[in-house]
Design a protein. Structure first.
Ligand code: NAD
Length: 476
């Protein structure tokens, strides 16, 4: 077990004020694998003030200097990728091999990519008699969840830092080990003191200081819609910029002319990644009512390949859920679905044959569009199949939740799929299983959030505009 006794404030490991610690569980074994200190409001404030003091010096460095620091962090992550993947596989539960690619490879790429984005960015532009300059917004409070923890941290702090912002990170209290390793890497990269700070702890204590403090200019939050609303309310008191990446209930719409085998298989994969603990998971599969039985048969075949097992076991395709709480929450939803009359196509609420670990059987339920499970984000390995009568109804069902994060459309023709995709009110739609693109904007419509992450879109979130009005002669 690793005991982390300190936070990272003003370029140093700062011994925690309080003796209270937060346990981190290995989700496959349920053992406590690490502890981090429960940060206090005073520690959060110290970190904010350190970030404020560092801001002017950092934001006025040449872009190339800041970009070079990001490259160093990317190299540090690469050097420690095995250790990082092991930590995330244990604290989150994603099978190790996949964790290495998705949970570590992705973020490592983003650190290097944000350095490139900043180098190629047009920082100033003449508009009539004005020079429009882009400047860092200031001190950014970053609050992140546990499901893709390093990725969610990276998509905030890498663009913020290279933009010239200084940051205070409060990582998830459930999966903070990756953040501690990252802080060690950032320390070794030699960033000036105060530019990057990390305070562990609970959302209502440390997170709320970041959301309220007058010296924080922006809060960037990823997590549940419930906590995101609270952060927005608090941040409004000091008129901070707020970026929110929240929940989802994304639909995969299978049109009648689709390749059903590929579509059902692709949807199940897009649902089950990380045991369904993915905000943009395709958790509703919308299918023509007349083809329901065919879909059911295909779904049974495809789901059988998702063998569950401990995250460090090479044969596991699906790991456990992150915590006992999460498992109970997900089982509660499965029971609700069954009580409302769901057709159990695969899985269910019975415990799988594992003697430890927070496992839930991969589950597929046939339901009606009016059922509870058609609306609520489950955040577990549960796919619902909803029949529709025609395309109009498919689009209406796809748009019928409070969320608007992702989704997919499957059709024999990309054009047909895109026509339907344009009517879906979400931030991204995968056409016939088109893969994730780290330079395309990622984020939500409606209650899935505000703002975008990834590439230049995610970078610009951390910038202000300033217009310098010149005498026309000076511009000519
Ligand atoms: P959560 O909202 O419980 O916690 C997220 C973070 O917010 C944690 O660091 C937590 O400590 C903090 N927090 C909680 N209450 C707070 C408060 N009052 N003030 C300030 N901070 C507070 O979410 P979670 O359980 O960690 O993550 C799962 C949720 O995150 C799901 O709803 C999922 O859809 C969402 N999510 C969204 C995206 C996205 O990009 N849209 C990505 C991943 C996860």
């Amino acid at each position: 077990m690793t005991i982390y006794p300190a936070h990272y404030i003003n370029g140093q490991w700062a011994k925690a004020q309080s003796a209270e610690t937060l346990p981190v569980h290995d989700s496959s074994t349920e053992e406590v694998m690490a502890t981090v200190p429960a940060g206090t409001a005073q520690e959060a404030e110290r970190a904010v003030l350190a970030a404020r003091a560092a801001f002017e010096g950092w934001s006025t460095l040449p872009v190339e200097t800041r970009a070079a620091y990001l490259d160093k962090v990317a190299a540090g992550l690469k050097a420690r990728s095995d250790e990082m993947a092991m930590a995330i596989a244990r604290e989150v539960g994603m099978p190790l091999k996949m964790a290495k690619t998705v949970q570590v490879g992705g973020p490592t790429w983003h650190w290097g990519n944000f350095a490139k984005v900043a180098r190629n960015f047009e920082w100033e532009k003449k508009v009539g008699n004005s020079l429009v300059v882009r400047e860092a917004i200031g001190v950014v409070g970053c609050i992140t969840p546990w499901n893709f923890p390093l990725s969610q941290i990276t998509l905030k702090i890498a663009p913020a830092l290279v933009a010239g912002c200084t940051v205070v990170l409060k990582p998830s209290e459930i999966a903070p080990v990756n953040a501690m390793i990252l802080a060690e890497i950032i320390h070794e990269a030699g960033l000036p003191p105060g530019v990057f700070n990390l305070v562990n702890g609970m959302g209502p204590v440390v997170g709320e200081v970041l959301a309220t403090h007058a010296e924080v200019d922006m809060v960037s939050f990823t997590g549940s819609t419930r906590a995101g609303k609270r952060v927005s309310e608090l941040a409004s008191q000091s008129v901070k910029r707020v970026a929110l990446e929240l929940g989802g209930k994304s639909a995969s719409v299978i049109l009648a002319d689709a390749d059903f085998e590929a579509a059902v298989k692709g949807t199940i994969s897009a649902c089950m990644l990380n045991s369904g603990q993915t905000c943009s998971a395709h958790t509703r599969m919308l299918v023509p009512a007349s083809r329901y039985d065919e879909v059911k048969a295909l779904a049974k075949i495809a789901i059988a390949k998702f063998s569950i097992g401990p995250s460090l076991d090479e044969t596991s395709r699906l790991g456990p859920l992150v915590s006992a709480n999460q498992r109970e929450r997900v089982l509660g939803f499965i029971r609700t679905g069954i009580a409302e009359g769901a057709d159990v196509i695969a899985g269910g609420a019975d415990a799988p044959a594992m003697d430890k670990g927070y496992f839930v059987q991969p589950t597929i339920l046939g339901i009606k569009s009016t059922d509870t499970l058609a609306r609520e984000e489950i955040f577990g390995p549960v796919l619902v199949v909803i029949p529709y009568k025609d395309e109009e109804e498919a689009v209406a069902i796809a748009n019928s939740t409070i969320y608007g994060l992702g989704g997919g459309v499957w059709s024999g023709s990309d054009e047909h799929a895109m026509k339907v995709a344009r009517r879906i009110r979400t931030g991204q739609v995968d056409i016939n299983g088109g893969p994730f693109n780290g330079n395309a904007p990622f984020g939500g419509y409606k209650q899935s959030g505000n703002g975008r992450e990834n590439g230049v879109y995610g970078f610009e979130e951390f910038l202000e505009f300033k217009s310098l009005q010149l005498q026309p002669a000076a511009v000519a």
